[in-house]
Design a protein around this ligand. Structure first.
Ligand code: ADP
Ligand code: MG
Length: 378
């Protein structure tokens, strides 16, 4: 993947700005709060239709404005002509995507065409944070490699919302219990498929993450990823059996669900554990609770690199990689390894930095420098 140019209008602190990216490595340089992360956020939004830091798309609209607009020219190894994608959103309106001038009726039809991997200091929350962040990581990744996954996820979320609403109505005696059945069926059918896909992607992630982790950690530690599907072990089961198992779980959680007014079983409650083994033969322990900040950072980088590898495996091409304030957080050995890897793979990279000095080495003389100040490119 290659992003050739980008237009931002009324996006965060950018009023109107057009940028070309002639080189593979792009250094986004500027003082704090000038718009470096905002620029990367725009690129991420084009690829995933989501911000990496907020669920509220209206926050992306420039203060006092009532819409934003982005346009990107992208080439993919498989189409030499390239494509132009436009994204726009009005305040409280739906986001709209256009590909080569034609409206894309469903955003899900676009996701996966322009793949991005985003490293940020917040990536550490993959290790330290709540399950929400880990599910978001999985969903963003899988949606970009498997279009039907995104559709099933959306169906699941609609069914979940309806079921939760109904549970509350039943609790207050406004609705009959048998109305739940169709929603249970939809949850189970989509939920099983989501669970099975997550399992298989986690298997590939695990293989790559372990290898990357081994390279990055100077000790002989080993990483393992253990998936905990909320519906239990359905991976070996046929889909029909797994759906039955899901329905049984929903059934047995029903009285508790009525009380709470929410659904307690399903992929929206999934999580995976990151486990570390200190020495060969010794027990694995949970990275979240036992690892130092430095070890956790290494695990987060290994996971992100594994994400990159999974993309390469599926698409046969590189995603665009963004490193936002990441290098200042890694020690010099790890930053060097990371940059060398991206160099070796020939990945288009966007790196933010406040310090240009560390980049003055001849090694980076070919990178394109983008100076950002107060929402403008100098
Ligand atoms: N919707 C918005 N409209 C206008 N300015 C915004 C908006 N959202 C964030 N900003 C401004 O963008 C700046 C932060 O930009 P950011 O890209 O995060 O900085 P950095 O260069 O440190 O990465 C802040 O000054 C913030 O006030
Ligand atoms: Mg920033």
């Amino acid at each position: 993947m290659r992003l050739n140019s980008l237009v931002l209008r009324n996006f965060r602190n950018y009023a109107d700005c057009e940028i070309e990216f002639p080189d593979r490595v792009n250094l986004v340089v500027g003082k704090n709060a000038q718009g470096k992360t905002n620029l990367l956020e725009a690129i991420h939004f084009i690829g995933t239709s989501k911000s990496h830091r907020t669920f509220l798309d209206d926050e992306l609209i420039k203060h006092d404005g009532d819409w934003f607009y982005l346009r990107a020219c992208i080439t993919d190894s498989s189409d030499v002509d390239g494509m132009t994608v436009e994204v726009s959103k009005e305040l409280r309106g739906n986001k709209k995507f256009k590909l080569n001038g034609t409206a894309i009726p469903k955003v899900s039809a676009w996701i996966g065409r322009f793949q991005v991997v985003f490293f940020a200091p917040e990536s550490l929350s993959l290790v330290k944070g709540s399950p929400v962040g880990r599910r978001r990581f999985l969903d963003t990744l899988i949606s970009q490699i498997d279009r039907s996954y995104l559709r099933r996820l959306q169906n699941y979320q609609v069914a979940l919302k309806q079921r939760n609403r109904l549970l509350k109505q039943i609790r207050s005696n406004y609705a009959e219990k048998n109305l739940l059945e169709p929603w249970d069926g939809l949850l189970a059918e989509n939920g099983v498929s989501i669970t099975k896909t997550r399992f298989s992607v986690i298997q590939s992630l695990k293989i790559h993450a372990c290898r990357k982790h081994e390279n990055l950690s100077d000790s002989c530690e080993r990483l393992d990823i253990v998936y905990h599907p909320s519906v239990g072990e359905v991976v070996e089961a046929s889909s029909d059996d797994a759906i039955r198992q899901f329905l049984v779980k929903l059934e047995s959680a029903r009285s508790a669900d009525y009380m709470r007014g929410t659904t307690s079983v399903g992929p929206h409650r999934d999580d995976f554990d990151l486990m570390i083994q200190g020495q060969e033969g010794s027990a694995y322990y949970e990275a979240k609770s036992y690892c130092s900040q430095g070890q956790q950072r290494t695990i987060a980088v290994a996971l992100k690199l594994a994400e990159l590898e999974v993309f390469r495996e599926h698409h046969g091409s590189n995603p665009v990689v963004m490193l936002d304030d990441v290098l200042s957080e890694l020690d010099s050995m790890r930053s060097k390894m990371l940059l060398e890897l991206l160099e070796r793979l020939s990945v288009q990279t966007f790196i933010t930095t406040t310090e240009i000095d560390m980049w003055s080495s001849p090694h980076y003389k070919d990178c394109h420098i983008i100076r950002v100040q107060d929402g403008e490119i100098l």
